[in-house]
Design a protein around this ligand. Structure first.
Ligand code: HQG
Length: 181
């Protein structure tokens, strides 16, 4: 299999587990887990051929560790990034002093007014380091990195979570907690 084919199947797995399991008639449980064999069968019926070995390789090699297999290897879920309504059942955690949000300059005016909201996803996504935030922001245009005063928000009662791949999540960030470059 070429790298390109591998990437295509990784993206399709992401689409199914984060956004549209119904596209292949799959149902996720309340915490977003899918049965691996069921996924393989249903994806196969839609012309996407996976094996257990391939799925293990996709999970292992994924650049952002987007997926997780259960300990027994029978179930799989996306670590974050969902638009469908699932509960990752993450424990609230004390965040570092500052977290970074990568966005694009053309969103600046709107964010200044209303702060950060989760848009189509389940959370606002925050990065531990600036470099990652630049990459996240570049997906939308000329990148803009905002500094979020996470520890201050936490002290004021806002909950933070860390997904299994290290991405920090919160429900929304009000303008008063954002420092601009
Ligand atoms: C922006 C990728 C105007 C927000 C990444 C962002 C991440 C506002 C965009 C993960 C706004 C939403 C998530 C407001 C927020 N006005 N714009 N009030 N509030 N926005 O893709 O954070 O490769 O849903 O700044 O690496 O870019 O998919 O979120 O620019 O970890 O694994 O609205 O997705 O990971 O865009 O990315 P997104 P995101 P994957």
């Amino acid at each position: 299999m070429t790298d390109q084919q591998h990437k295509k199947l990784s993206k399709f797995l992401s689409l199914i587990l984060r956004h549209d399991p119904q596209a292949i008639g799959l149902t996720l449980d309340a915490q977003g887990w899918a049965d691996v064999d069921e996924f393989i069968a249903k994806a196969g019926a839609h012309g996407r051929l996976y094996s257990r070995t391939l799925i293990a390789a996709i999970v292992r090699d994924n650049d952002k560790q987007r997926f997780k297999l259960s300990d027994d290897g029978r179930r799989i879920r996306a670590n974050q990034g969902h638009s469908i309504d699932i509960d990752l059942a993450l424990q609230p955690l004390e965040p570092p002093h500052t977290l970074y949000h990568g966005t694009a300059t053309h969103f600046a005016a709107s964010i200044r007014k209303t702060g950060l909201d989760k848009r189509s996803r389940q959370h606002v996504h925050l990065s531990l380091d600036r470099d990652t935030a630049v990459k996240v922001g570049s997906r939308h245009g000329a990148p803009l990195v905002l500094h979020v005063r996470a520890a201050e928000m936490h002290a004021r009662g806002f909950a933070f979570y860390r997904a299994d791949n290290g991405v920090w999540l919160t429900d929304a960030v009000a303008p008063e907690f954002i420092d601009w470059p």
